[in-house]
Design a protein around this ligand. Structure first.
Ligand code: NDP
Length: 328
């Protein structure tokens, strides 16, 4: 191929610039598998990398994009051969290692997961890192011993990527899902995904009390800050909240009251460095449990040339559900 099309972030002028341009294959980084990338996605972190609003990019020039699906082109890794369908989430791709918004990527084979049976490359990226993280959160709640009979599950940032997939997965699992959104116009969309109740984002934005009326047994939070503090104060005895995001802020203005008086647990979710076994379990569960019609309903598709503007839109909270990027 020689040169191929990529989005490239460069350093300059006291900040960073980003553009679609040709990239030379010889400039790819080390790795034992080269993948012909066919699909990627736009996650919140990609928005941060594309705009430079947070120091996600740690090497310049950088091809951003934290996840991809594609076909192995060449491999010296024992588990992969040319033609294998694979996907990748995290491990520093798009941050420290050249990432997904390109027709080619060279990575460590140990980072790759085989495309699960029953999922196309486009569907895998409709799920993407946001959906895989939602699955990790649901698995964490289950491991904690929580079941739908324990009470409702709250999902914050529900109309976003993590939130849309979490809402669908929890509803399919039999939970009474309370979806919190700042976009009341997306109420019907969230009900289509399986939400039983909609809560206005502002209801969870007030200054948190140490303890408030118990409302839910479980939660998936992609917002952080005051929202997460309010979630904790309203969690039922021995319930748990899986925290995976910071769309509302990185702080956590809470107290120890929910933990020591109600036995509430805060479960931390990281998708980037999650061990391989955890990833395989999550992707198998996604292939089995996520309703494909609901996945299609939450997904829109763009080309590489629309990624930069979409990165800005996701940070402004303007993207509903998931965005697939078709490459090449
Ligand atoms: P999205 O932008 O798709 O979703 C975030 C949602 O949060 C928005 O759609 C909006 O939902 C809500 N929101 C946005 N801004 C605010 C605000 N200021 N206050 C309250 N709510 C807000 O992003 P993703 O779903 O891709 O990611 C969600 C979060 O999860 C991000 O912070 C991301 O960094 C994090 N994340 C973490 C991972 C990990 O490994 N821990 C992996 C993947 C994501 P609505 O309009 O419905 O209110």
């Amino acid at each position: 191929m020689g040169a191929f099309k990529a989005i490239v972030v460069e350093k300059g002028g006291g900040g960073q610039s980003v553009a679609v341009r040709d990239f030379d294959e010889n400039d790819l980084m080390e790795g034992d598998v080269t993948v012909r990338v066919t699909h990627s996605t736009v996650n919140y972190k990609d928005g941060l990398a594309l705009t430079g609003k947070a120091p996600v990019v740690r090497r310049f020039p950088m091809i951003p994009g934290i996840d991809f699906a594609g076909t192995v082109e060449s491999s010296s890794h024992p588990d992969f051969k040319p033609g294998d369908a694979v996907l990748l989430n995290g491990w520093g791709t798009g941050e420290t290692h050249l990432g997904a918004y390109a027709e080619k990527s060279r990575v460590k084979g140990d980072w790759l997961v085989r495309l699960p049976d029953g999922l196309s490359a486009a569907q895998a990226m409709a799920i993407g890192t946001a959906g895989y993280t939602a699955m990790l959160a649901v698995i964490a709640l289950e491991r904690h011993g929580l079941r739908p009979g324990d009470g409702p599950a709250i999902v914050t940032g529900a109309a976003g990527g993590v939130g849309s997939v979490a809402t669908s997965l929890l509803a399919k699992g039999g939970w009474h899902v309370i979806a919190s959104t700042g976009r009341p116009q997306e109420g019907d969309y969230l009900k289509t995904l399986g939400a039983a109740e909609i809560v206005e984002r502002s209801e969870l934005a007030a200054t948190p009390r140490p303890l408030a009326k118990e409302r839910w047994a479980a939660g998936v939070d992609s917002v952080g800050s005051t929202t997460l503090a309010n979630l904790l104060s309203m969690t039922k005895y021995r319930g748990a909240i899986a925290a995976c995001g910071l769309a509302g802020g990185m702080d956590l203005p809470t107290s120890v009251a929910p933990f020591i008086l109600r036995g509430v647990s805060l479960l931390g979710i990281d998708s980037v460095m999650a061990p391989k076994a955890v990833r395989l379990e999550a992707w198998q569960r996604l292939a089995r449990d996520l309703d494909q019609d609901k996945l299609a309903a939450m997904t829109s598709t763009i080309g590489l040339d629309q990624v930069i503007e979409t990165g800005k839109a996701i940070l402004d909270g303007k993207i509903r559900g998931r965005v697939v990027v078709e490459i090449g």
